[in-house]
Structure formats: structure tokens, C-alpha cells
Design a protein around this ligand. Sequence first.
Ligand code: ADP
Ligand code: MG
Length: 751
Amino acid sequence: MGVSVGIDLGTTFSAVAIVDKATNKPKIVLNEDGEKITPSVIQFQKDYNTGVVTTIVGSEAKEAFDMGEDGCVSAFKRLMGTNKEYYRFDGKSYTSVDLSAILLKYLKEGAERTLGDTIDEAVITVPAYFYSAEREATIQAAKIAGIKVKKIIDEPNAAVMAFGLNHWRNNANILVYDLGGGTFDVTLTHMENDGFLRAIVTRGDHVLGGKDWDARVLGIVKNRIQEDTGFEVDSDMVFSKEVMGLAEGLKKKLTFSDTASVNINIPDYGSYMVKITLNEFDSNTADLLNKTGSLCQNVLDEAGMAWSDVTDILLVGGSTRMKQVSRYLEKISNGHKPLSQVNPDEAVALGAAIQSSKQNGGYASLSVQVIDGKKVTDRSKQGFSPNETVEGEKKLSGLGMLSLCETTAHAMGIVAINDEGNQYYNEIIIPANHPRPVKAAKKFRFYTSPNGNNELSIYVLQGDRENPLDCQITNKYVVTGIQHIKRGEKVGTVIRIQYSYDENGVIHIQARQERSNVDLLIRRESAVYDVSKFGKPVANDSKQNGFQMSSVTGNRVVHKYKAVTFSNADWEKYDNVPVHPSGAEYNEPKIHVVANEKNIEFHGYNVSNMDEGVMYTIGASDDFEIECDINTSTISPHPGGYLQISLGAISARLDQNGGDILLDGSVAASVGSKFHLNMSLTDGGHYEVKINGREVGDIMRPTMGGVDVIFGFVHESHCCHLISHAYVSDITMMQRSGDTDDSPDAETWED
Ligand code: ADP
Ligand code: MG
């Protein structure tokens, strides 16, 4: 049997560690070159005789990179979680996952050679602030590299575990300040009784790190060269790369002295000495440091703590070696001298190794409270209070005593519609900084249709901002295979949705219908590209005109948990057309249509000719209702044409000035340009039409074989349809007030 290791998969450096069997302590596993840390750099090389492409990883690749050689790639962790091409070599495209897999394979094989043993599984660390997609990408990369991931843990937590082993103090609040090459994380952790480490709050910026400081040095150097020699660095690609390679070296020199200099050869100029001072460096990077400072402050605010409640600040990450970091932290924290008991390069890997010797824990139950209208983690049930007496330092007697409870860096929510029915918002299900792994289940009433697919789509968000567009829209989850429950027997069916953060910080959605103990199948789709609608009002003019979305569903419905879904395939093709192909202008207002299961919104375009139409056939036994406010003066049919809206036997023929509402071919009412129209079909053939709330006619007519619903312009028997931007949002997730069966919280279930 092989061994378990911990891997710190860093943006700039990576490291592998293992728990030493003899001492029962974590130790770094040297790489093939005998080094403790491995630069996260790859160089691709092609043998032009054989055409074979090979890779070099680590120090040699980094040297080549710094020399500006071809085929070198680094810092690919920054684009983890996207499918974007990060690098192309010899016509082949590589994503961050592909590149991370090459690096991981190298780390694994090097460590196996050093250990003389095979590696079965690994705990891999990621920045605490990584989203679900970035964590999944890390797991994916490991899989490609032939490594089974035992667990993904957060880098700051790993570091503080390694620290805590020898420096444990019950009730201490340790702020981990982790500034690496490409990412920054700040995490407040609490040492509970004898080895139980709890992450409380974490914040971060995963595109802020040493690289940004390098870029500032580069800026200073470029300006200096230009000023002194007149040579523009960017005008020469090769030279520019060379200068770029110098920036990091200059920065590092400033750790040990107050000035740093290096000689370079400038084309057409000759030897030149670049010199920069610590003062220059500090003043040119002060804003970057301030960014980290405000994130520290956010963490404290969120934990309800002041700097005086912080027992110690632990420095992690190579960039904390910069002199400015300790000085700055000492200043903003009112005198805390940051701790340097851990090696900032190794602590993360050592902590991962400790975790690799442990079993994964169970799920926490959801514990939330609402403060100022926002769902946040209720910490009162956790054993954490900022001002308990901190006990004396001790060494834990063994690794077995250490255990870790991590936290959700981001809230998990879904796109929903507010109570007023006019705005999309992020309905938080699991708040940020909640202990993880965690599960929460909600019940929703779902109105099914006998025809077609009963699918329920859920847009899942990560982030705690109210506007969905300020969050990360992770995926669209389409729940399929929902059985139709006949109307009359029961109003709709109950779907239970389970949302979870697993032990790796990856999110999952599961669903079950009624009391079934089998999960419904869920299709995961990447969020549609046009999500901009989530930032727009649901129905701009609905309130002004007194039009209430709840009119169809009645007063029973509380819209709070109504999910916004776009699941009906027939309609979906009209979605995502932000600009009409003809270049026609967007013509507000929209026509808002509510059918019993579908909420359809049309945006008109001024078009003269297009072959897109909107027609929908509903089943013979379905109830259907169209309700809209119409202001015909704002639409422009083709001259001589008219707007047609019809529901089987009822139709409206309208031009700019209004027109006729027909029932079974005869005029039931004539309308002006502004009116409220309600057409409904119920009980398998009962048609009813209302204008401004007043009934203007009804008939019974059998609806064998279904009924067509049409929206469009009709002109000279040629249908040039008005509607090209339409969307359907099934009114699917509902909570009925006062009905316990529909209470939003349901029991969670095991897989
Ligand atoms: P990551 O975890 O992102 O891979 P590391 O924690 O290994 O990053 O830190 C790498 C970063 O630390 C690089 O940006 C590097 O330039 C910086 N660094 C390392 N040593 C020093 C030093 N002596 N002075 C300043 N920065 C340093
Ligand atoms: Mg690191």
C-alpha cells in the first residue's frame, strides 16, 4: 500500500510533505533536485528531429523562464476554474488544469522517488477564497496526474495547523496573513480546546500577490531606463522579457538591504546599472498593501472583533518576507508583532501532510441568523467568543489531537425573484463563513404540466451580494424527471432541493420529489451567457400599471422562494437574443404573459421582417392564462399590419391605436391604445376574456388536440413576428405562507 501526502500547489512554488512514521511529525519531501520547494513553472521543448514535445518542470524551467526562453509558462493557478486556454505550444492548447496536472505529476513522481514508495492519495491545498469551480479544477488536475484527492483544504488553515502543533494556546485567535505569489488570503482562526482548530472568517483576493509587487518594480525600472537612457523597454520584446525577469530579483534583494541594483545591457546603449531603493519600492506598492489591510479589517468586522482581540498574526507565503509587510501589520494592528515561527514556504505543505493522516469529518447543520435583512452565519452555537482568556502555550502531544473545521468562504445562493415580483436577487441558502461541510434542504412547490418535460432550473450563485450579477454564477442545475401531479388532487408537487458544500468546499445540488428517497437526475449546464437580465427589473412597468404577478397564483403564494427558471425548450430559443439580428431597436415596454406554469416576457423590436415567431401549443386539458398590460402606442407594426395575441378561440388584433378583441371570430370588445388584457382557458375549454378587469365574454369550446398560443405581427398573411427577445420563467419554486408542508426548510439527507 502506498502513502498519503500533503501538497501545497502554489502559484509560484509548490511543495510536498508527509507525516514521518518514525517521529509522527510532518516533514517536507525533497524533490528530485533535492530542494524543499519546487517552482511552479513548466518549460515545453520540442525536438525538431523527432517532433516529440517534452516538459521540464521546476527550477530548471524557472531559470529558463527568467532568462526569457521560449516555451515557459508559470502562474497558471491564476486562471484555475476557467476553461480558457492559458498557454499554447506547438499548436496544442493548455488550460490551467492541464498545466497543473503536469506540475502535480512531476511533484508526485519526484516525491515517490525520494520516498521510495508510491503515493496513493493526497491532501491538496488551495487559497481559502477559491470558488467551487477552482476547487473542482484542482481535483480534476490531480485526477489527470493520477493522484486521488483525499481532501482539498485551505492554505491558511493548513499553515495554522502546522503552527498549532507546537504552539497551541487554548482560546487564541490567530489571524493568518497569507501573501503568496499570486493570491492573498486572510483567515481568522480560533484555537478551541486542545487541538480543535476552527476557521472563523476568511476573505481574500485571488489575483493579488507577489506578482503584483513585481509588476510595480518593473514599472519603476522601465521608467528609470527611459529617463536615463531614452530607451523604451517595451519597444524590444526580448529585452523587455529580460527586464521582467529582473524585477523579482530586485524585489527580493530589498528584503535584505535598503537598495537593490543590477547591471543590464541596453541595446544601442551598453551597460547600465538599474538601482531602486526600499523607499521607492514601498511608496509604489503602498496601495497593494492597503488592499490586504482592508481585507484584514473586513475579516475582523465580520467576526465582530477588534485588533485587540487578535492573539497573534501568523505570516504565510513568500511575499510576507517583504519588509513592508510586518511593519504595516504592526502599524494597523496597534502593535502586534507578526509571528515568524513557521517557515512561510513550508507551513502549508506541512499542514496538508497533517491533514492527510486524518479521516474526513461529518456535515454540520445549517445555523443562520438574519441581521439587517441579510442571512449570515449564526456563530452563537459555535464555541467561539472573541474574549475568552488565552491559556499558555503548549505542544500538542500528537497529531491525533489536531482537528480542523473549515469555513465556507463564499455564501451559496440561488437567483430568485423578490416579494414584489420586480427584481431578481440572490437568495442566500448557506451564508459565507459557515462551518463546512454543510448541507441545507428546502422544500418548494412545483406546478407540473402533463405535457413535455417538467424541468426545474436553478441558477446557483457564490457570493453574498444582493444583485446576482455581483456574485459568481457558478452553474445552472436542471432538475429533470419530475413526475406530473394532476391538478385538483393536490396543488402541484413538493420538490426538496438539497444544497451543500462538501469537505472540499465544492458545491452540490440534489433534488427529490415528495417523500421519495431517490435523487432526481440533475443536468449541470454552464450558466447561459446572457445573464445580464438578472440585473434588470423583472417587469419594469408592472407596478405602475397595477399589474401583480401574484394575480395568477393568488394570494397564497409568497414569492420569496420562487426560483427563476428558463427551462422550457420551446421558449428558450427566444431567450439570449440581446440584440435583434436585424439590428432592430429594442422596443419597450415588454408584454408580460403569465401562464399557469410559465411566466413569459416579451421584448418587442421594431422589425419589418423576420422569420422568428413565437407559437406555443398547450395541451387540451391544460389551464392557461395570458395577462398583460398593453400600450400599443409604443409598438410599431409594419404598415398595414397588426399585432396578434391569441389563445385558441380568443384573439387580439392591435395596431398603434388599439383594436379589437375577438372571441370565436366575433368582436367581444374594442380597445384603445392602453389596456389590461386577461385571456384565460380553464376546465378543458372554458374561454374567458377580461379587459381592465371586466369580463367581456366567455364561451365553452372543446379543446381537442391542444390550443395554439401565438404572439406576433401579422401583415399581408405573412407573419413577421414581433418577438425576438422573450424569456420564460417557470413560476416553479413557491412557498405557501402558513402551510407547514411548504415550509422552506426540509430535512437533509445522506447520499
Ligand atoms: P504561492 O503560494 O503563491 O506559490 P509563495 O508563498 O511560494 O507563493 O510565495 C512566492 C512569492 O514570494 C513570489 O512572488 C516571490 O517573489 C515572493 N518572495 C519569495 N521570497 C521573497 C523575498 N525574500 N522577498 C520578497 N518576496 C519574496
Ligand atoms: Mg503558497
